[in-house]
Write a protein that binds this ligand. Structure first.
Ligand SMILES: Cc1cc2nc3c(=O)[nH]c(=O)nc-3n(C[C@H](O)[C@H](O)[C@H](O)COP(=O)(O)O)c2cc1C
Ligand code: SF4
Length: 496
């Protein structure tokens, strides 16, 4: 079950007037912008979206090529390829860039986008590191296999039951007893972390410095990210976006919940230290002219987490360090995620922070449309006040030309990110530019796509995935029921 505001108001998608071709030509949205040595032909941007189309060992497939080729046909200024793992470790069907063997597929991806956009779209890749998350165990399995029994558990049992014999009871008997014990007793015996592992599955944190591989993250991650960025450049990508957002390793370093005591946590300066060291290692590897940006959170939206003031501080540090763009997202954390079913892993977009990351029309009075723009705007204003002019990308419920143009006109951001609207209609920027906005297939912001992502199913859009299923050469989802790509739209079709 995914979170939504209490007593939600069901919003309708905003009515809008689309521009004429001439109005579009005179707009800021369709004006170029320079990001380091890269020129985007327009300020339209497709943020990273995982479509679950890579092979189980992280390689680019025909379906990955088709997915990005389809976005490229709409000729946005830039596309950011989905979160791609920087390490050479199994990570399921998520793209990877942790070894040279991934390069041929990634090169083909670059070629595909270049070709499909006729050279108009710039292609970046988002690179990510994440820590271990295990599935929620069966209660019996947890107590039989994963639970580490300590003396403190025995003592807690004595206190909870008033029975001294728990100090000596044979271990298998004690484990079996706990497996059958009611919740209120288990809550008296297990600590908070053990309860979380039982209820949601084991999840590592950057603060688990008793684990050698977590303790050493500051020593190893700069090199790992630098190697990955070097490969991205070698594969021909126009730039990299370091994924410092949502529920993953780098975002967890930035989080106000990061209490590491080794100089990489605690204060804001401590929390931003590794993200800056990773950036510097990347920069050294790819050179000054290569585009290196960052995606991070304008607000974590969790208890005790980082807020807008932290984001403003980080933005200043990132801009001064030399990042070429700052892309802002919001929320998407594990801390408030819903309890997964047994056998499933916790999913970071099911709590309130997840709602704020991809807001739907079941909302509060503010609604989902442009919901996160005020945060991006506050970050942008704070940068300008410090005479820092690093381009800022805003996203979150932006779905009309009017909205996008207003954001740019007000200087709230420099580039317009639209994820779900572009999934609903990969040609929407092009249609708006050509004065044919009334042909745009409008996203309804009900998150069917996100539900597929949550179930690790190939992501499609409900507005088009059951249409024209009898068309020739259609690639279909594994269950054969959905088309994997939006129907084509040619500039010459329809009126125009
Ligand atoms: C299916 C799906 C997958 C996503 N995957 C990523 C991802 O890999 N990295 C990322 O930073 N954001 C990811 N996002 C979040 C989007 O980039 C975007 O920030 C969010 O959807 C809000 O923008 P929108 O309202 O324009 O959709 C994903 C969103 C969706 C719907
Ligand atoms: S399924 Fe389509 S219409 Fe629904 S939220 Fe996703 S992109 Fe929008």
């Amino acid at each position: 079950m995914t979170w939504h505001p209490a007593n939600p108001i069901r919003h309708t998608i905003p009515e809008t007037r689309w521009p004429t071709r001439e109005e579009a030509a005179a707009s800021i949205l369709f004006r170029p912008i320079q990001i380091n040595s890269l020129t985007l032909e327009q300020r339209t941007w497709v943020p990273a979206m995982v479509p679950w189309r890579a092979t189980d060992d992280g390689f680019v497939t025909r379906e990955v090529l088709d997915w990005y080729g389809r976005f490229a046909a709409g000729r946005p200024g830039a596309i950011v390829v989905e979160a791609t793992g920087v390490r050479d470790i199994p990570s399921g069907p998520l793209l990877r860039i942790g070894h040279e063997r991934f390069l041929p597929g990634l090169r083909e991806l670059v070629e595909t986008v270049r070709h499909a956009s006729d050279g108009h779209t710039r292609l970046l890749i988002q690179i990510i590191d994440f820590l271990s998350v295990k599935r929620r165990p069966e209660k019996s399995k947890y107590f039989a296999r994963f639970f580490e029994l300590h003396e403190r558990h025995r003592r807690a049992l004595v206190v909870a039951t008033g029975d001294e014999r728990w100090l000596e009871v044979e271990e298998t008997h004690l484990r079996a007893f706990l497996a059958d014990a009611p919740d209120d007793l288990i809550e008296k015996v297990l600590d908070e972390r053990e309860l979380e592992t039982l209820r949601k599955g084991y999840r590592e944190r950057v603060t688990d410095t008793h684990l050698a591989h977590v303790e050493e993250l500051p020593r190893v991650l700069p090199g790992i990210f630098a190697d990955a960025a070097g490969r991205a450049r070698e594969a021909g990508f126009d730039g990299v976006e370091l994924h410092y957002a949502h529920a993953y390793t780098m975002a967890s370093f930035l989080s106000a919940l990061n209490t590491r005591a080794d100089g990489y946590g605690g204060t804001r300066a401590g929390r931003v230290r590794l993200p800056l060291e990773v950036y510097r290692a990347v920069r050294e590897r790819v050179g000054d002219a290569y585009t290196v940006g960052v995606r991070f959170l304008s607000d974590e939206v969790i208890a005790g987490g980082s807020r807008l003031e932290d984001a403003i501080y980080y933005a200043g540090e990132f801009a001064r360090a030399g990042f070429d763009f700052l892309s802002l997202s919001k929320g998407g954390k594990f801390e408030d995620a819903a309890q997964p079913k047994v056998g499933h892993a916790v999913y970071p977009y099911t709590g309130e922070s997840g709602y704020e990351c991809m807001p739907t029309i079941r909302s509060d009075e503010r609604g989902p449309f442009g919901r996160n723009v005020p945060l991006a705007s506050a970050v942008k204003r704070a940068l300008v006040d410090q005479d820092l002019h690093t381009p800022v990308v805003a996203a979150g419920g932006i779905c009309t030309f009017e909205q996008a143009e207003e954001v740019l006109r007000q200087g709230a951001a420099d580039i317009i990110g639209a994820a779900r609207q572009t999934l609903a209609d990969p040609d929407w920027f092009l249609k708006a530019q050509l004065g044919r906005g009334d042909e745009v297939r409008r996203c309804t912001y009900t998150n069917y796509c996100e539900g597929l992502d949550q179930a690790h199913k190939q992501v499609t859009c409900k507005l088009w995935d059951r249409t024209q299923l009898d068309a020739p050469d259609l690639s279909l989802s594994h269950d054969g029921r959905r088309r994997l790509l939006a129907p084509g739209w040619k500039i010459g079709e329809g009126k125009g």
